[in-house]
Design a protein around this ligand. Structure first.
Ligand code: ATP
Length: 142
């Protein structure tokens, strides 16, 4: 028994295939999905989405979005999605460093507080990309 997984962004179809199990970064925590899951619609946080097919597990860095679950089909509309192989680690390191440097500057006004939230999210995306990219080196991806 399997479930079809589509991960799409505004730019491309990232994944379209039958899988055995999906673990997704729901806004209220990790959501595990097996075939015949009850229908639901949830917002996704910046986090790791993994799927299993046989004994292979594949990880993606997801930059937030939405997920629609039906018993035989899961559709993820992601703001950004990259597999470990697609992640440019140097770019993520640079994004993290930029965000770190800007976060170190004092936050005084409310517009700077908004900037701080944006930087925090940039930092989380960069750290997630580095975490997922490093799985490639451990050989846990397809
Ligand atoms: P940067 O500051 O490096 O652009 P970002 O977090 O602002 O990072 P996003 O807005 O999340 O980037 O993504 C913009 C586009 O760039 C998306 O298509 C995303 O998949 C891609 N992208 C961002 N960072 C990386 C990366 N390190 N490796 C591969 N693709 C990336």
């Amino acid at each position: 028994m399997s479930i079809h997984l589509d991960i799409v962004t505004i730019e491309r179809v990232v994944v379209s295939q039958e899988v055995d199990y999906i673990s997704a970064p729901g806004i209220d925590g990790v959501v595990g999905i097996l075939p015949k899951h009850q229908p639901m619609l949830t917002a996704l946080a910046i986090g790791e989405l993994r799927y299993k097919k046989g004994n292979q597990e594949t990880a993606f860095a997801i930059g937030g979005g939405f997920m629609e679950v039906r018993p035989d089909h899961v559709t993820v509309l992601a703001d950004a999605a990259e597999s470990a192989d697609e992640i440019d680690e140097a770019r993520a390191e640079a994004a993290r460093k930029r965000a770190q440097e800007l976060m170190a500057q004092k936050v005084a006004s409310s517009s700077e507080a908004v900037q701080a939230v944006i930087l925090e999210q940039t930092m989380r995306r960069a750290e997630l990309r580095l975490k997922v990219a490093r799985k490639r080196h451990r050989g846990t991806n397809e």
